[in-house]
Design a protein around this ligand. Structure first.
Ligand SMILES: C[S@@+](CC[C@H](N)C(=O)[O-])C[C@H]1O[C@@H](n2cnc3c(N)ncnc32)[C@H](O)[C@@H]1O
Length: 201
């Protein structure tokens, strides 16, 4: 799928993601993942800013990136309502260049399903993080349940066309294939939902 049609797809979904910022279960996972966030924070594929309510505004200085202008419009509004200090970049993560070794924390939630090359995206995060910097991931991927996993393979081509996301990625394999070191993982919903705490190397 080419980048312009993906951006159009996500522009159309921006209202849904804005509503999802209030989704309770997702909110619990976001809170669990993001408890320690502080310092210079890079949030990749920020969407409508669903993680902002879980940041302590006195402790973070956020750089937020997304290639969808509609998503960014909602994220700007969210940051302003919450008093979060944030700078926004309308850019494609897969071609984005940022100064290396710059961020204390990098946050990616529900974004690795969208990239052409998720390992390369993680390796960029590894370079952008300060030495020992933390990477916080909340991603959906292949279930640990074999039947559900088989169903994910079957629906993936259609789901990808409709939503722009892959539904059958092996997230643990992807993170292990990157330069990041995994510190801790937790999985929910038959292993589909992954919380992953990792460290830059
Ligand atoms: C499923 S939404 C998740 C949004 C948000 N992180 C959240 O947790 O609600 C995926 C987001 O990734 C963005 N995205 C996907 N691929 C991207 C890319 N290559 N560069 C920048 N943003 C991208 C989309 O525009 C969308 O906002």
């Amino acid at each position: 799928m080419n980048k312009n049609s993906l951006i159009r797809k996500f522009n159309k979904q921006a209202v849904i993601y804005e509503r999802n910022t209030r989704q309770r279960k997702l909110g619990e996972w976001r809170q669990q993942l993001l408890q320690d966030i502080e310092g210079d924070v890079l949030e990749v594929a920020v969407g409508a800013g669903a993680n902002f309510p879980f940041y302590d505004r006195d402790k973070v200085n956020v750089t937020a990136v997304d290639f969808s202008p509609e998503m960014l419009r909602h994220a700007r509004q969210m940051a302003s309502e919450l008093g979060i200090h944030a700078t926004f970049l309308e850019r494609d993560i897969e071609t984005l260049e940022l100064p290396e070794r710059s961020y204390d924390c990098i946050v990616s939630t529900l974004s690795l399903c969208g990239y052409e090359d998720p390992v390369q995206a993680l390796n960029k995060m590894n370079r952008w993080a300060k030495p020992g910097g933390r990477i916080y991931l909340l991603e959906h991927g292949m279930s640990t349940n074999r039947l559900l996993g088989a169903a994910q393979h079957v629906v993936n081509p259609v789901a990808r066309r409709i939503s722009g996301c892959h539904y059958n990625r092996d997230m643990i394999h992807i993170v292990n294939a990157s330069d990041l070191d995994i510190i801790k993982t937790k999985r929910y919903w038959n292993g589909i939902v992954h919380l992953i705490w990792a460290q830059a190397t």
